[in-house]
Design a binder for this molecule. Structure first.
Ligand SMILES: Nc1ncnc2c1ncn2[C@@H]1O[C@H](COP(=O)(O)OP(=O)(O)O)[C@@H](O)[C@H]1O
Ligand SMILES: O=P(O)(O)OC[C@H](O)CO
Length: 500
């Protein structure tokens, strides 16, 4: 065994595997898109078997490309899209229903009924989350209630459940380990973030049997061995973390007050709040940033459902572009006189609005509006939503919105045009990490340090470097004018959603 680390990043749009060398530099990577299905309006599903196959294949390809053997790998770390969950048969590993994805809104009515039962403050107090279909609990209960015989089989101990990290670990270990980490557990609505345990009262409220749930461990911990049949020899699994929390570590935001913004399918701003659970008055989430050696570090999070997904809408639904990367150059060509605003509330609006009923809207269309202007409005919508989050965060925690520095990563952060627009929108400096794959790096750092082949996490803070830097380039008045228009567009969208 030498100091190589294999990071798995199982995201909403794709699975990635990256092999890092002993010096923590990426040396080989592989990526495979996974399909998403939308069986009904507001429903979003993944095929669990496809997820598993894509993870296996990308890992094998990355190891081969790295020119190493499985026995050279000291540890595997797994980061994953959070909240998305599965229930599978204990005996075969076969999921009994497609994974219900974090974006899925099918349990809206269940949440409304629970709201009427008065459990909102119980959920908020114990979990730091809001009562919303976004989180896993109502999704798990939905599967149990809608797959014939599932509740009975669950009570008989024949089924197991988990978020994607747990399923991948189960499959990698050949069914030997049923575990998750504290960050993923904190996104289920079933985990008490103060007591650090599954909460019996919440399990009863959401009707999820405790026997289905995985054991909760530290983020850097012993998660067993990937069995030899997968890669030729056993590889220890030494870290699990939700992708946004892994990116917080990959961006070296390891001290209270540091924050990052990740632009993948959605956008997630996560602020490290240290050992303090900061309760938001602005509908942000209090959540677990990481748990190491039994010590929990907390975070405040703002979640936007549509960032890169809005770009995918231009590509896949409107078919205006062939590649996501076309949007930046197109936006650059947009007519400055056109003042178009897109509110991408395709599955409702996330933080700070949390409105499940809102739907997308475009404002300011003229006969001259074309692909360029729509591309610009799409990329700008991501920037304005980020500002909405930061404005809300600054009311809960002492920090600057304008004049600060924001670390960014994720697929969409690769767009220079979008990152310049973000700097203009916030009036802040945007620093793009030299490791755009901050999620994979973060979970590799956890696994490598646990396996003892990489230095302690703290050294990441001193080695962190920006590769791209974007500084604001518009006047204060123009920034204020555009943001006013955006807020008016959101207000109109919400008011339309409220119309019976
Ligand atoms: N150059 C680009 N310009 C605009 N959007 C991009 C660009 N590159 C990637 N994206 C968007 O970023 C998303 C992919 O980012 P990624 O971090 O891989 O997401 P995830 O982890 O959610 O699978 C896609 O939704 C894609 O539309
Ligand atoms: O797939 P991503 O990277 O957009 O992340 C999804 C989030 O973890 C959902 O909470």
């Amino acid at each position: 065994m030498s100091g190589y680390v294999l990071a798995i990043d199982q995201g909403t749009t794709s699975s990635r595997a990256i092999v890092y060398g002993p010096d923590a530099r990426p040396i080989a990577t592989d990526q495979k898109e996974i399909s998403q299905s939308f069986p009904r309006p507001g429903w979003v599903e993944h095929d669990g078997a496809e997820i598993w196959q894509s993870v296996l294949e990308t890992c094998r390809n990355a190891i081969r490309r790295a020119g190493i053997e499985a026995r050279d790998i000291a540890a595997i770390g797994i980061a994953n899209q959070r909240e998305t969950c599965l229930i599978w048969e204990r005996s075969t590993g076969r999921p009994i229903h497609p994974a219900i994805v974090w974006q899925d809104r099918r349990t809206f009515n269940v949440c409304e009924a629970l709201r009427a039962d008065g459990v909102v403050s119980l959920v908020q107090d114990r979990t730091g989350l809001l009562l919303d279909p976004y989180f896993s609990a109502t999704k798990l209960a939905w599967i149990l209630d809608n797959v014939e015989g599932a509740r009975r089989a669950a009570e008989a101990g024949q089924l197991l459940c988990g978020t994607i990290d747990t399923y991948v670990t189960w499959m990698l270990t050949g069914g030997a380990v049923h575990a998750t980490d504290a960050t993923n557990a904190s996104r289920t609505s079933l985990f008490n973030i103060r007591e650090n345990c599954w909460d019996d009262e919440l399990l009863a409220v959401f009707k999820v049997p405790k026997g289905l749930l995985p054991e909760v461990r530290d983020c850097a911990d012993d998660f067993g061995q990937a069995i030899a049949v997968h890669f030729g020899s056993e590889i220890p699994i030494r870290a699990l973390a939700g992708d946004q929390q892994a990116a917080l570590i990959g961006q070296a935001c390891l001290t209270p007050g540091m924050l990052k913004s990740t632009y993948g399918t959605g956008c997630f701003v996560v602020l490290n709040t240290g050992d303090q659970i900061v309760r938001s008055s602005n509908r942000l989430l209090s959540t677990i940033a990481y748990r190491l050696d039994g010590k929990t570090t907390y975070a405040l999070e703002g979640s936007i459902f549509m960032a890169g997904a809005a770009v995918q809408w231009l590509r896949d639904s409107l078919k205006l572009i062939k590649e996501a990367s076309e949007t930046g150059p197109l936006a650059h060509l947009a007519d400055e006189q056109e003042d178009v605003y897109l509110v991408p509330a395709f599955t409702g609006l996330g933080a700070p609005h949390w409105n499940s009923q809102a739907r997308g809207a475009i404002f300011g269309l003229t006969r001259a509006t074309g692909i360029a202007e729509l591309s610009r409005a799409t990329l700008e919508s991501v920037c304005y939503q980020t500002r909405d989050l930061l404005e809300a965060m600054a009311c809960d925690y002492p920090m600057e919105v304008t004049g600060a520095t924001l670390r960014v990563d994720g697929g969409l952060s690769g767009s220079d045009w979008a990152m310049q627009a973000l700097a203009d929108c916030l009036g802040s400096v945007i620093e793009r990490s030299q490791n755009q794959e901050a999620t994979a790096l973060g979970v590799a750092a956890l696994a490598g340090s646990k396996a003892g082949v990489w230095p302690h996490l703290a050294s990441f803070a001193t080695n962190w470097k920006a590769k791209g830097r974007f500084t604001p380039n518009i006047s204060t008045d123009e920034r204020a004018r555009r943001y006013r228009k955006w807020r008016a567009a959101v207000a109109s969208t919400l008011s339309y959603a409220a119309t019976a």
